[in-house]
Write a protein that binds this ligand. Structure first.
Ligand code: NAP
Length: 335
């Protein structure tokens, strides 16, 4: 066990692209636990686009983050000390433990999920973690896929998009993914079984969508917003579902963000555009995990993690997320 608790605090509210100087490193004492509490040692810390909004207090679905607070982050770790008989030492747990080595919980103030010891931490934080749950509920509950649907996914080679696309394939859809490099696009089609991919940085997105979706788009699973959302709205089919999962193209933007120009197609095509927050499905995570684990075991759902080694890399890792460094789930291994 470390004798210090390494932490990253919010040092400044970012303007434009998040910077390393927006974080402050601190070495604190390892916290003591009281009756009913456990001490969790984090092993893997997740990097999520939503952290950017939380640093600025733009994410209104969670409590505000103040300057000097420990950066909020999803983690997987192990209970290394316990004064709670329900949660003995050695259990693997996942939750929002923050950018730090140690976190104290009584099971309610910092809720956690218990993962079997044989589940790899990268799976617990990836496919069975927040982004996997986001893909599952966003696609199935909001997207309502039907066999034969044409599904377009942006941010498709990332943690959420890569899983959403595979779930759409499992449900008999034709799936087209957009990603920012030829390597990522090849991974989508060659490894994950997507039907086609578009490199949104080098190809004519509109022309490719016209070619690949001759009958229009039944489901657009949007992770990026901006111009790509507009190009997809222009091509939605009758009764389409536009799933607003995220809008990463706007997270580091400065100044006013233009709205979608083609939203009125929602009227002409009797379509639906709906946002969601995965936390609203928290009581159904065990159900989704069981289904996803079965798909993994059956070889229907492949997972990939980009793991950066070293606690001190956390700020740089968040910047890299916005630069497209990751394929699949981005995380830092801290111990
Ligand atoms: N609604 C919810 O409850 C919920 C929960 C979790 C996540 N989300 C959202 O889901 C989306 C994906 O999150 P994630 O954690 O899975 O991240 P991720 O997709 O694993 O990583 C982000 C990826 O976005 C791409 N990207 C970065 N800037 C971009 C831009 N300007 N335009 C297009 N693509 C860009 C990069 O890949 P390329 O190389 O392809 O550019 C990067 O790898 C985010 O918008 C996030 O906010 C929503």
């Amino acid at each position: 066990m470390n004798d210090i608790n390494r932490q990253f605090l919010l040092a400044a509210r970012p303007s434009g692209m998040v910077k390393e100087s927006d974080f402050e490193y601190r070495a604190s004492p390892v916290p003591e636990i009281g009756d009913g509490e456990v001490l969790i040692r984090t092993s893997h810390i997740s990097l999520d686009p939503s952290m950017r909004g939380q640093m600025e207090n733009r994410a209104d679905y969670v409590a505000p983050l103040q300057i000097g607070d420990v950066m909020r982050a999803g983690c997987v770790g192990t209970i290394v000390a316990s004064r709670n008989p329900d949660f003995p030492e050695g259990i693997q747990v996942g939750g929002t433990f923050g950018m730090q080595d140690y976190c104290v919980s009584d099971g309610r103030n910092v809720p956690f999920r218990v993962f079997d010891a044989d589940i790899d931490p990268t799976t617990a934080l990836g496919v069975l973690g927040g982004t996997g749950m986001t893909a599952y509920f966003g696609l199935l509950e909001i997207g309502e896929p039907k066999p034969g649907d044409t599904v377009v996914i942006s941010g498709a080679a990332g943690a959420t998009g890569s899983v959403a696309g595979q779930i759409a394939k499992i449900h008999g859809c034709t799936v087209i993914g957009m990603a920012g490099s030829d390597e990522k696009c090849a991974w989508l089609t060659d490894e994950l079984g997507f039907d086609a991919s578009i490199n949104y940085k080098t190809q004519d997105i509109g022309a490719e969508l016209d070619r690949l979706c001759p009958n229009g788009i039944n489901i657009y699973f949007d992770n990026v917003g901006g111009e790509i959302l507009d190009l997809c709205l222009e091509r939605i089919a009758m009764n389409a579902r536009v799933v607003i999962c995220g809008g990463i193209s706007r997270y580091n933007a400065t100044g006013p963000i233009p709205g979608p120009k083609n939203y009125f197609n929602l009227v002409f095509r009797r379509a639906r555009m709906e946002g969601f927050i995965v936390l609203d499905y928290a009581d159904r995570f065990p159900e989704a995990s069981a289904v996803m684990q079965r798909w993994i075991d059956e070889g229907k759902l492949k997972q990939q993690a980009t793991v950066i080694d070293g606690f001190r890399e956390l700020p740089k890792a968040l910047i890299r997320l916005f630069e497209g460094y990751n394929t699949g789930k981005l995380m830092v291994k801290t111990s």
